[in-house]
Design a protein around this ligand. Structure first.
Ligand code: MLT
Length: 260
């Protein structure tokens, strides 16, 4: 069993991509959301090491991964993941992504469907941004360029969780991210495709995990997906906000085990 928290780095697509690999079993990639890093999953990952061979990447620019000049898109981040899986000699895997990590997982499913055995969307959504949401992302990207990542931490913290301890923990994580990564990800999210057509004909296992108190992406977005793909497993966590893997690690781990 590989069960180390050690961060490894591999050069894929010309970028040093950091990742942790722990546990044993069927491969499962856990992708962090915005503007965060793989350590987001630490507590939940500890509950999954006997069930899965876990791969926890830092998306380009975040955590210990190197930054890349923007613009780039979700599809480029999916390519980074494919390169990482090639390096690890993993041909097929389940992938679960949190929020923006879900957008990357969807881009991966769009591009490399033959390489996945199941998909998990945690506090995420399939739809693309509406025009006003897209414009807001570009404004935020400009603000981050001028004032730093604190702009995003200020805007997001209270919406992530009602729990003050969780807020403080995640705020520290946001504040240590690099402005260039935050700007690049904002632009990538603004330009992401609508994944509704992909999911409406999706034939692999799909697990939707969503807090019913999510103030950032309402639980209705997960219900929308369930309504277009009734075979999806929807797990609604009562009282959870946008960060179920920190707020309710045990229940999050149980839901992800549906991908076994
Ligand atoms: C995230 O939590 O990854 C982002 O807030 C998602 C988004 O802004 O669409």
């Amino acid at each position: 069993m590989v069960n180390q928290m050690k961060v490894n780095t591999v050069n894929v697509n010309g970028i040093d991509v950091a990742y942790v690999r722990r546990g044993a079993g069927k491969p499962l990639v856990l992708i962090h959301g915005f503007p965060l890093e793989h350590t987001l999953w630490n507590e939940t990952a500890s509950l999954l090491v006997n069930d899965f061979d876990l791969i926890l990447p830092d998306l380009r620019g975040f955590g210990e991964s190197a930054t890349v000049e923007s613009p780039y898109g979700m599809s480029d981040m999916a390519d980074d993941l494919a390169g990482l899986l090639d390096h690890l000699e993993i041909e097929k895997t389940s992938i679960a992504g949190h929020s923006m990590g879900g957008y990357v997982a969807l881009a991966f499913a769009q591009k490399f469907q033959q390489r996945i055995s199941g998909l998990g969307l945690v506090s995420s959504q399939a739809a693309a941004d509406a025009p006003e949401g897209r414009a807001k992302r570009y404004q935020t990207a400009q603000d981050v360029g001028e004032k730093g990542v604190g702009v995003v931490a200020d805007a997001m913290t209270a919406k992530l969780s009602a729990d003050a301890g969780v807020q403080a923990f995640v705020r520290r994580m946001m504040e240590r991210q690099k402005p260039s990564a935050v700007i690049g990800a904002l632009k990538a999210m603004a330009e992401r495709d609508d994944s509704t057509p992909l999911l409406s004909t999706f034939e692999l296992p799909l697990v939707l995990l969503h807090g019913d108190a999510d103030a950032l992406i309402p639980v209705g977005r997960a219900r929308d997906i369930k309504s277009i793909l009734p075979t999806a497993r929807l797990v609604e966590l009562h009282g959870a906000g946008h960060l179920p893997m920190i707020e309710f690690p045990q229940k999050t781990a149980e839901a992800l085990k549906l991908l076994k």
